[in-house]
Design a protein around this ligand. Structure first.
Ligand code: NAD
Length: 283
């Protein structure tokens, strides 16, 4: 199946990155968010980055204007019957994603593949909220989308092999490196990454070292490009908490228990880079 048009639902940091990538690959893209302010922000972020790239000579003025014209922003779900692929990138909350998949199933054309950029939630369960479980799949991009090569492709229990191959090919066509995994809490990426980030927050909570020192140890000692607390701030502390909650719920093991300090920061609205404050301050 050939994918020519895409809708991205949720225009936050991931949705805006995915939409920009798709548009730069010649797709016609609908970007949908329930908040108009988020749509405006996404448009600004995408246009500013392309403008900087043009100024640096990485892209031409023609490319920039062509890509911009490929993007259409809306806060309604109506035009979904015209797209071949929907990529859902709303917040990492099970109930909200399930309700959205039910709605997407109603609005989308029969042939449309419904993909989720979820970091940890069950694709099989999302699929069960639709009447097209064979066409539901995980397409898990990494942050920031324009820089990170990996797309973790998650095959739900009912996901059709042809749909898997369509998404694998699409990810390659978009310049990414797909890796197919089976459906399990946190898949591979966040099953391994998130407990480390959570543990860093426990170490901070216990006063073992400062945030800077914890990050320095992992950068200088383990050759990580970013420390775990700076990375948690980049991902979004709310997203980290939701992922830990779904790992904890999914595996039922205390080793996945979210750190109380992480929860406290989220309750205080310190969501990391996107809110201007997390473990670090951002201007
Ligand atoms: P974000 O908070 O930046 O953006 C979420 C967006 O979804 C917001 O703009 C919000 O207005 C919108 N939204 C919420 N409910 C909606 C609904 N019902 N309909 C339409 N829009 C709705 O979050 P993000 O960091 O972009 O994460 C989005 C998804 O991508 C999550 O599932 C997350 O787990 C996953 N993800 C995040 C990262 C990361 O590093 N942040 C990496 C990979 C995957």
């Amino acid at each position: 199946m050939k994918i020519q048009s895409v809708a991205v639902i949720g225009a936050g940091q991931m949705g805006s990155g995915i939409a920009a990538l798709a548009a730069s690959q010649g797709m016609s893209v609908i970007v949908m968010d329930q908040q108009i302010s988020q749509l405006e922000k996404a448009k600004r972020v995408i246009e500013d980055r392309w403008k900087r790239n043009e100024e640096k000579g990485y892209i031409t003025a023609e490319e920039r204007s062509h890509w911009s014209a490929q993007l259409q922003y809306t806060h309604q779900l109506e035009q979904l019957d015209r797209v071949d692929l929907v990529i859902e990138a709303i917040i990492e909350q099970r109930k909200q994603k399930q309700a959205l998949f039910q709605t997407l199933d109603r609005f989308a054309a029969d042939h449309t593949i419904l993909a989720s950029n979820t970091s940890s939630l069950s694709i099989t369960e999302l699929a069960a909220h639709t009447s097209r479980a064979t066409k539901v799949i995980g397409m898990h991009f990494m942050n920031p989308v324009h820089r990170m090569p990996l797309v973790e492709v998650v095959q739900g229990l009912e996901t059709n092999e042809e749909v898997v191959q369509t998404i694998v090919k699409l990810a390659r066509d978009w310049g990414k490196e797909p890796v197919v995994v089976q459906d399990a809490p946190g898949f591979i990426s966040n099953r391994l990454l998130m407990p480390m980030l959570n543990e860093a927050v426990f170490a901070l909570q216990e006063g073992i070292a400062s945030a800077e020192e914890i990050d320095q140890i992992m950068r200088l000692g383990m050759n990580h490009p970013m420390g775990p607390l700076a990375l948690a701030d980049l991902i979004g502390l709310d997203t980290c908490l939701y992922i830990m909650e779904s790992l904890y719920q999914g595996f039922g093991d205390d080793k996945y228990r979210p750190c109380p300090l992480l929860r406290k920061y989220v309750q205080a609205g310190r969501l990391g880079k996107k809110s201007g404050r997390g473990f670090y301050l951002y201007s």
